[in-house]
Ligand binder design. Structure first.
Ligand code: IMP
Length: 451
C-alpha cells in the first residue's frame, strides 16, 4: 500500500499506536494528520512501555521518517518534552519532521479550554483540557500561530498580540461570570489554578514572556521544521509506502461523530488528505482499528455502555484509563451498528481488532446489531439525529465467547473456536476482513490473518 491510512473506528483508544507500529515495518514515512496532545498512544516493546501524545508511533523505527502534518495542532512544550524523553531512552529522533504550517497550541488555548468546560458545568464535553478546541477555532478564525512563525520573533510577537487580546477579554468575562455564579450559589473561594482572575494579570498571558519562550522553542524545533507535504509527495511519487496515522476516532469526528461530544478535528480517513497535503488518489488502502469491545472517555452518547460488573471487568482487564488524562474509560459491548457506519464513512478495506484477550472468561459475548428508538422503531443504521441516538437502545446478538487465555496465540488457528467465531461474526456483519488481531499489549502479541 504506497498510501495507507489508519483510523480509529470507535471512540478512540482502540490501540492504533500498536497497529501503526506493526504496519510501519512496511512503510518509510509515517504521518500524523490531525489532533494534538489530546491523543495518547502506548506501545510496549520488549516489555518497555513508550507513551506518545504527538510524535507518530513509527518513531521507534530509527530509519523511518516521522511527520507531524499540517493538520495537527501542537503544543511545543509538550512536543519538546516528548523529544527529550525519547532521547533520554536512547531513541533517535533525527528523522522527525514537523510541518511549518501546523498550528500551535498556545497557553491561552489551554486556559480557554478549561474555562469553557467549567462554564458548561453539567453540559461539559469532558475535553482533555489540552486546548485543542480553542486552537482549531483560532485556526478557522485566522488568528492562529503556526510553527513557521516560531522562526521570526517579530512576526511571532505580532501574531501572539493579535490572538491574545480577544482571549484576555474572553477569560476576564468568563472569570467574572463564574464568580457571580459562585456567589449566587453561596460558594466562597475561587479556585486559583483555573482561569485568570480579572484584576490579577496571569503571568502565563504576558506577551513578552510568551514570545521569548516561543522563540526558544523555535530554536530547538528548527532542525525538524520542514515542507512536509512535499516530503510526502516525493515519497509517494517514488513508490515508497507512506502511512497516514489518525488520532482519536470516527465517532469523535467534528462533522460525522456524536456532535457536540466530539473533538475539534476530523479523524476520518478523508481528512488525511487535508491534514497531510496529499490528494485522494494518493490513498490506496484504509485500515480501521476497533477494540474487541467498546470504550469512551468524556461525555456523550454510548448506546452499548455497561454500568455493571461486566463493564467493570472489561475496564480492569483492559487497563482502561486514558493515556492523556488518566480518566477511567466507560466500557461496553462491541457496537456493530456504529462500526458498520465507521466502515462506510472511512471506506475501510481492512479491520484490525485489538484487545481480544480482554474478553476471555467474560462469558457469552454480546454485539449490538441494531438499535430501537424510544418509539419502538427498528434502527439498522447509525442515527444521524442526536436525540434519537441519545435515547436509542441497542439490541444484541449473543455469541458463546471463550474462556481460554489467548495471549500466546500467534496464528488464527491457535485461537479458540469462540474467539474465531466472534471475529468472523464482526467481519461478516460489517463486510470487511479482519486482518490483524491484538491478543495482548506487547507488539509480538498480534495475529496476522491472510485473506
Ligand atoms: P478534546 O479533543 O480534548 O477537545 O476532547 C473532546 C472529546 O474527545 C472528549 O470527549 C475527549 O474525551 C475525547 N478525546 C479526545 N482525544 C481522545 C483520545 O485520544 N481518545 C479518546 N477520547 C479522546
Amino acid at each position: 500500500m504506497p498510501g495507507g491510512v489508519i483510523v480509529g473506528a470507535q471512540w478512540g483508544d482502540e490501540g492504533k499506536g500498536k497497529i501503526t507500529d506493526l504496519l510501519a515495518e512496511r512503510a518509510e514515512v509515517i504521518v500524523r494528520f490531525q489532533g494534538g496532545n489530546n491523543a495518547g498512544h502506548t506501545i510496549v516493546r520488549e516489555g518497555k512501555e513508550f507513551k506518545f501524545h504527538l510524535i507518530p508511533s513509527g518513531i521507534l523505527h530509527a530509519e523511518k521518517t516521522c511527520v507531524i502534518g499540517n493538520g495537527v495542532v501542537l503544543d511545543p512544550a509538550v512536543l519538546l518534552g516528548e523529544i527529550d524523553g525519547l532521547k533520554r531512552r536512547g531513541v533517535d529522533v533525527g528523522n522527525l519532521r514537523i510541518s511549518a504550517n501546523a498550528h500551535l497550541i498556545m497557553p491561552y488555548h489551554v486556559l480557554l479550554d478549561t474555562a469553557g468546560e467549567t462554564k458548561l458545568g453539567k453540559l461539559s464535553i469532558g475535553t482533555t483540557r489540552r486546548g485543542i478546541g480553542p486552537c482549531y477555532a483560532d485556526k478557522a478564525l485566522r488568528l492562529g500561530v503556526r510553527v513557521q512563525d516560531l522562526l521570526d520573533p517579530k512576526i511571532l510577537r505580532t501574531k501572539i498580540r493579535a490572538a491574545l487580546e480577544p482571549k484576555q477579554q474572553a477569560l476576564r468575562e468568563l472569570s467574572v461570570q463564574r464568580r457571580k455564579l459562585r456567589k449566587e450559589a453561596g460558594e466562597a473561594a475561587e479556585p486559583t489554578t483555573e482561569v485568570a482572575a480579572d484584576e490579577v494579570p496571569d503571568p502565563r498571558l504576558d506577551l513578552h514572556t510568551m514570545t521569548e519562550e516561543h522563540v526558544n522553542f523555535g530554536h530547538r524545533l528548527e532542525p525538524h521544521i520542514a515542507d512536509t507535504a512535499r516530503l510526502c509527495w516525493e515519497a509517494l511519487d517514488a513508490g515508497r509506502t507512506v502511512i497516514f496515522e489518525g488520532a482519536q476516532a470516527t465517532l469523535l469526528d467534528l462533522d460525522h461523530g456524536t456532535y457536540p461530544f466530539v473533538t475539534s478535528s476530523n479523524p476520518i480517513a478523508g481528512a488525511a488528505c487535508v491534514g497531510a497535503g496529499v490528494g485522494p488518489t494518493d490513498i490506496d488502502e484504509v485500515w480501521g482499528v476497533a477494540k474487541a469491545y467498546a470504550t469512551r472517555v468524556g461525555a456523550g452518547p454510548f448506546p452499548t455502555e455497561l454500568e455493571d460488573e461486566i463493564g467493570k471487568r472489561m475496564g480492569e482487564r483492559g487497563r482502561e484509563f486514558g493515556t492523556t488524562t488518566g480518566r477511567p474509560r466507560r466500557c461496553g459491548w462491541m457496537d456493530l451498528v456504529a462500526l458498520r457506519y465507521a466502515v462506510r464513512l472511512n471506506r475501510m478495506d481492512t479491520l484490525a481488532i485489538t484487545k481480544l484477550d480482554v474478553l476471555s472468561g467474560i462469558g457469552p459475548l454480546r454485539v449490538a446489531v441494531r438499535y430501537r428508538s424510544r418509539e419502538g422503531a427498528v434502527l439498522d443504521s447509525f442515527p444521524y439525529h442526536q436525540s434519537i441516538l441519545h435515547s436509542a437502545t441497542p439490541e444484541y446478538e449473543e455469541l458463546p465467547g471463550f474462556d481460554e487465555e489467548i495471549g500466546d496465540c500467534r496464528a488464527a488457528a491457535d485461537l479458540p473456536v469462540g474467539a474465531r467465531d466472534y471475529l468472523g461474526f464482526i467481519s461478516e456483519f460489517v463486510g470487511v476482513p479482519v486482518r490483524l488481531v491484538g491478543v495482548g499489549p506487547d507488539r509480538e502479541q498480534a495475529i496476522w490473518i491472510d485473506s
